[in-house]
Ligand binder design. Structure first.
Ligand SMILES: Nc1ncnc2c1ncn2[C@@H]1O[C@H](COP(=O)(O)OP(=O)(O)O)[C@@H](O)[C@H]1O
Ligand SMILES: [Mg+2]
Length: 323
């Protein structure tokens, strides 16, 4: 993976009155990755994003975007980024196409450039058929697609998405995930916020879990789960007399992190089930241990969140987790 640093945030603070909305955040975003800020409402995600896009000045600390300082070189930064706010003040009386045309004029695109890019973007977000009716008649998902097209109009190197799928139905969420993956495939760097665990898990290459303005932990979803100790393979054995032999045999195997005896069998922590399962089955077979039942529990990002914040993330749409 490309480890070119696209964004470097160092000890960033933003204080409102005496409240630290963002408290000493430090992290880096690599070029070409999808980086997520995951946290509950009020965690400081939007404040962080708005500082990175130069809309807010930090109380202290710095943010550099492609080497440019977010305060001193704000113009340079703005020329390279696109932003999709949590809630865009879209004039729902204008048509989708008119919104993009208005923005095109703001960005000083020529008429030909604007027409070409707007056509491409409407195709990308599948709004061509609806481009010429008022945006106020759009569904939530269509409005969000228009928001994303607006964020992409300046052809940014880095796209900032604030809660891109908040409140959307499952189909629209999956569509938006597809666009984000497509943008990454085209080489764009994406920084997004979310309070959906499944979104962070499935979409982000790396993420920072943020709570109370502080980063609690950071890494790829897989790394964060492995850091909890890995997946658990729970064996229930038909007879437990040979269990100590199996336990001893499995300990110290490279594919196995740890083995713990339970009343009915063994709880085996593994990093990768594909590597560990054959070892476990071979060993049980060789030692004549009959397995009655195998249960496999993969730690979820929920577990990671709870381990680092001491509580569950407050999901505004819990049903999204089962999607
Ligand atoms: N303009 C503001 N004035 C005062 N407090 C603010 C302002 N913007 C955000 N906050 C506070 O800062 C904290 C972080 O807010 P925000 O960044 O919007 O969180 P998130 O996007 O994670 O939900 C919250 O406690 C919020 O009430
Ligand atoms: Mg927010």
């Amino acid at each position: 993976m490309d480890r070119t640093v696209a964004i470097d945030v160092s000890r960033l603070c933003k204080t409102y009155d005496s409240h630290n909305a963002v408290d000493e955040l430090s992290f880096q975003v690599y070029a070409g990755e999808i980086f997520g800020l995951l946290g509950p409402n009020g965690a400081g995600k939007s404040t962080t994003l708005r500082t990175l896009i130069t809309l807010l000045h930090p109380t202290s600390g710095t943010a550099t975007i492609m080497g440019y300082d977010s305060v001193r070189e704000a113009d340079k930064v703005r020329a390279m980024i696109g932003y999709v706010p949590q809630e865009r003040a879209i004039d729902r009386f204008l048509t989708g196409r008119e919104h993009l045309q208005l923005l095109g004029a703001l960005y000083h695109l020529t008429k030909e450039e604007a027409t070409k890019r707007i056509g491409e973007l409407l195709t990308l977000v599948e709004l061509e058929a609806h481009a010429d009716r008022p945006a106020k008649t759009y569904s939530g998902g269509m409005k969000r697609k228009l928001d994303i097209a607006c964020g992409l109009l300046p052809d940014p190197k880095i796209l900032f998405l604030d809660e891109p799928t908040l409140g959307l139905d499952v189909q629209s969420r999956l569509r938006i995930w597809e666009y984000v993956r497509m943008l990454k495939a085209r080489g764009m760097t994406v920084v997004m916020t979310t309070n959906y665990l499944d979104e962070a898990d499935q979409l982000c290459d790396r993420l920072a879990i943020i709570d109370g303005g502080k980063i609690k932990t950071m890494g790829s979803p897989a790394e964060l789960k492995i850091a909890l100790g890995g997946d658990i393979v729970a064996l229930t054995l038909k007879e437990i007399d040979r269990m100590p032999a199996l336990e001893a045999d499995l300990k110290n195997r490279p594919a196995i992190t740890s083995v713990r005896a339970t009343t009915k069998g063994l709880d085996i922590r593994v990093e990768s089930p594909e590597k560990a399962l054959p070892t476990i089955l071979e060993s049980a077979n060789r030692l004549g241990c009959s397995i009655e039942f195998i249960q496999y529990n993969r730690p979820r990002l929920d577990d990671v969140f709870i381990a680092h914040t001491g509580r569950a993330i407050t999901e505004s749409r819990p049903e999204a987790e089962s999607a």
